[in-house]
Design a protein around this ligand. Structure first.
Ligand code: C5P
Length: 232
């Protein structure tokens, strides 16, 4: 069963703890991204863990292998369950991240690679020197590089998860943002899928932010997403 991860895109510690408490026991996994981490620091990871939740720390590391390795060790000590790196950091960087995670044993963090940011189109890729290939070809290349060098999984859009889950080894983790409940507001997301469609295509974890956080009743909205996932 794919796991629901609620994106805790809130400005600070107080709001984070309030939302986790309000959403309640059925949701066991929260994503802490750059906005919240840069505002509240490692204390917010500890606070969410202390509430009995798993944490996906989405800081998208991209640096020389030694720096990334040591950073994965640091966040592993906070007890994070999933973390992100940029696959475009190259094979050495991916291997270093995976080795640092593996050093924690089976309960240690799992490393997810981000391939091409969904905010980039083919012109943006050409501007940074990636020309003559589509964004989806670049996604496939980076995904294969990441997984073959030890990444445990990928963050990918609902459009990509079907092809990637067919081409990559069984057991690969596929974390999919851009999830919208059937009939829900899309916001600024351009490529979205319902929870059931993403699960059918191979998503192992669904990331949902605003449809839950901004709902009048966040707990009811989370339960509705869990129900839709169940229907997959
Ligand atoms: O509010 P919403 O459900 O769109 O939030 C999705 C979350 O997933 C946000 O934290 C966003 O930064 C993240 N994300 C995304 N698309 C990506 C990668 C991450 O929406 N390609």
């Amino acid at each position: 069963m794919a796991e629901l991860i609620v994106a805790l895109d809130v400005p600070g510690m107080k709001e984070a703890v309030e939302k986790v408490r309000l959403i309640g026991p059925e949701v066991g996994f929260y994503k802490i991204g750059l906005e919240l981490f840069t505002a509240a620091g490692a204390d917010v990871v500890k606070a969410v863990k202390d509430l009995g939740k798993k944490v996906f720390l989405d800081l998208k590391f991209h640096d020389i292998p030694r720096t990334v390795e040591r950073s994965v060790t640091s966040v592993g000590k906070f007890g994070v369950d999933l973390l992100t790196i940029h696959a475009s950091g190259g094979a050495g960087m991916v291997k270093a991240a995976a080795a640092a995670a593996e050093a924690f044993g089976a309960a240690g963090p799992k490393v997810l690679a981000v391939t091409v940011l969904t905010s980039l189109d083919e012109k943006d890729l050409a501007d940074i020197g990636v020309s003559g290939r589509s964004a989806s070809e670049q996604v496939s290349t980076l995904a294969a590089l990441a997984v073959s060098n030890g990444a445990h999984g990928l963050v990918c859009s609902p459009n990509e998860v079907g092809a990637l889950s067919r081409s990559l080894p069984a057991g690969t983790i596929f974390v999919t943002p851009g999830i919208r409940p059937a009939g829900g507001a899309v916001g600024d997301q351009k490529r979205v899928a319902t929870p059931a469609a993403a699960v059918r295509d191979g998503a192992t974890h669904l990331v949902v932010g605003r449809p839950i956080l901004c709902a009048e009743d966040p707990r009811a909205a989370a339960l509705a997403v869990l129900g839709e996932r169940q229907g997959a």
